[in-house]
Design a protein around this ligand. Structure first.
Ligand code: MG
Length: 125
């Protein structure tokens, strides 16, 4: 069983410890909706970077609020990290276990492959 589905296990533990320091469950217990909003906020930040990357890709005007390509690529990776860290916390708060996630990933990936007629692309962890 792969225990590092979203992020490495050691980082996942630290992520949860930091979360509990930041949002003490006794005084500042965020709801699942709060965590969903936090995740969505980071996903939006990632989309904003992708939007600006698209300006470079399309040859559009870079005059307004569009950093250089190398800066945007660094930002892209940073935002992916934010998304993964919040996705990990969201799964934790929803009570999703790694084994459930593995089963869901396997089922969904294999279903989509089969729907396309690509039975050779099946994941069997
Ligand atoms: Mg961010």
């Amino acid at each position: 069983m792969n225990e590092e589905i979203i992020i490495p296990a050691e980082l996942r533990e630290l992520n949860r410890e930091r979360c509990n320091r930041w949002h003490d469950p006794m005084t500042d217990d965020w709801s699942l909706g709060d965590w969903g909003n936090a995740f969505g906020g980071e996903a939006g930040e990632l989309q904003n970077v992708v939007k600006k990357l698209r300006r470079h890709e399309a040859g559009a005007s870079l005059a307004y609020n569009t950093p250089e390509l190398n800066v945007l690529l660094d930002s892209f990776v940073e935002e992916v990290a934010d998304v993964l860290l919040y996705l990990d916390l969201l799964c934790w708060k929803a009570g999703v276990h790694q084994a459930q996630l593995v089963r869901a990933l396997r089922a969904k990936f294999n279903l989509v492959s089969q729907a396309q007629g690509w039975d050779d692309l099946q994941w069997e962890p």
